[in-house]
Design a protein around this ligand. Structure first.
Ligand SMILES: Cc1cc2nc3c(=O)[nH]c(=O)nc-3n(C[C@H](O)[C@H](O)[C@H](O)COP(=O)(O)OP(=O)(O)OC[C@H]3O[C@@H](n4cnc5c(N)ncnc54)[C@H](O)[C@@H]3O)c2cc1C
Length: 381
């Protein structure tokens, strides 16, 4: 692991920090919980903030310039994430679209698809969600059954998706469908870019234990999707899906920023209260601090690898595992140290929400399988 921040990255830091100081007003700042969340009351402010980021080419700095990005290198992307976290700045209206779906459109899309979708996504004119999981296809995604039949110049889509984050805010969906049920399961899947305002689409809310409406189920009944919406080759949507998920997992490099900020907040909240005289609590806080530092080292290793041209590969599973388990440990330690105060306000929500993190984006068990097979070289189960 060897990297430094080159002078260009530090120059970018100065430029971006100056921009943030001039533009990030209280209207766009969140509270102790963190940056503004994607929910009703905040959407108008987030839309304005998204527009400002896009105008200044800060909405997706890694994208090529021709699509509104800056073609930024890895260290500029690291600096960008650090400065956003430091300032408490919110992201865009398209966290899933920009990070996961757009790279698949850039790689597999036709010129017309790139022209139609990328700049609207960048500006938040369209909001995107990911339609992969189904009630009977989560970890085993390739067993999905949402069906699309090609009839003349349209696909006719029937089926159900679930756990669609921001599906209620989205008007577009990257949808995985089965286009050939007679082929082996990984080979009969295609990826469609679907306008969620088409007749036959129904989005139903799923309210989580935190009381938030973040997820949805999406039902498709005889939805006629133009054949031009196919992303990548027919029946080869698995490759498009893996590209999308690779970018989702690539995002793990920045996870330590949020985790370490929360650990520091817990240490600050605990400082001076009686519970920190208890040696068990003191050791738990120290162990938690080390988890945060460990995750930073894992991220630094991934960044160093990327600078040397190595793809992230199965190491992404280590970062996902360490991060999600450390977030849950943070919740436990907050409960022990802060007592009943940890059940209310921002700690209360954080402690309940973090239960989802060992499921989202690949469960703990599935990540352990990947590590066992692809890093340790153990045989498949
Ligand atoms: C916060 C959050 C956001 C999400 N957002 C989206 C989204 O926007 N779009 C979308 O399409 N999906 C989304 N999902 C769904 C997510 O991808 C799935 O929940 C996840 O892939 C697990 O699938 P599942 O829920 O069907 O569980 P299952 O796959 O049914 O797993 C159930 C249990 O069995 C275990 N298990 C499964 N297979 C194995 C195995 N081979 N070996 C050992 N154990 C195994 C799992 O670890 C788990 O404990 C989201 C989920 C969460 C929690």
């Amino acid at each position: 692991m060897d990297f430094t921040y080159p002078p260009e990255a530090e120059a970018f830091r100065t430029e971006f920090r100056t921009w943030l100081e001039a533009h990030l007003t209280d209207e766009f700042r969140g509270d102790a919980d963190g940056p503004l969340m994607m929910s009703g009351a905040n959407l108008a402010a987030l839309r304005r903030w998204n527009g400002m980021l896009a105008d200044a080419r800060y909405a997706a700095i890694s994208w090529p310039r021709e699509f509104g990005g800056r073609g930024a290198g890895i260290m500029e992307q690291v600096v960008f994430a650090e400065e956003m976290q430091r300032a408490g700045a919110p992201g865009t209206l398209n966290p899933i679209g920009l990070a996961n779906i757009a790279p698949a459109i850039i790689e597999f899309g036709t010129d017309a698809q790139r022209r139609t979708h990328l700049s609207r996504m960048l500006r938040g004119d369209d909001v995107w969600c990911q339609g992969f999981s189904e009630p009977d296809a989560g970890s085993d995604l390739a067993s999905l059954s949402c069906r699309a039949e090609l009839v003349d110049d349209h696909f006719v889509v029937n089926g159900q998706k679930t756990w669609n984050t921001y599906g209620h805010l989205a008007n577009w969906c990257e949808l995985l469908v089965r286009t050939d049920p007679d082929r082996p399961k990984h080979r009969g899947i295609s990826c469609l870019l679907v306008d969620l305002t088409l007749p036959g689409v129904e989005v139903r809310p799923l309210v989580t234990i935190t009381g938030d409406h973040e997820f949805n189920e999406i039902f498709f009944t005889d939805v006629r999707v133009p054949a031009t919406s196919l992303l990548g080759p027919l029946h080869d949507g698995w490759r498009v899906a893996m590209t999308t998920l690779a970018y989702e997992r690539g995002g793990v490099a920045g996870l330590h920023l949020g985790l370490r900020a929360k650990i520091q907040r817990l240490i600050d909240d605990a400082t001076g209260i009686d519970a920190t005289r208890d040696p068990v609590n003191r050791q738990a806080l120290a162990a938690l601090y080390l988890e945060g530092e460990l995750l930073k080292l894992i991220a630094d290793r991934a960044i160093s690898g990327a600078l040397h041209g190595r793809a992230l590969g199965p190491e992404g599973s280590i970062a996902k595992l360490v991060w999600s388990e450390a977030e849950q440990y943070l919740g436990e330690v907050a409960g022990e140290v802060l007592g009943p105060d940890a059940n209310a306000g921002s700690w209360g929500r954080t402690r309940v929400y973090m239960r989802a993190l060992t499921i989202a984006g690949g469960t703990t068990q599935v990540n352990k399988n990947i590590i066992a097979q692809r890093i340790l070289g153990l045989p498949r189960q």
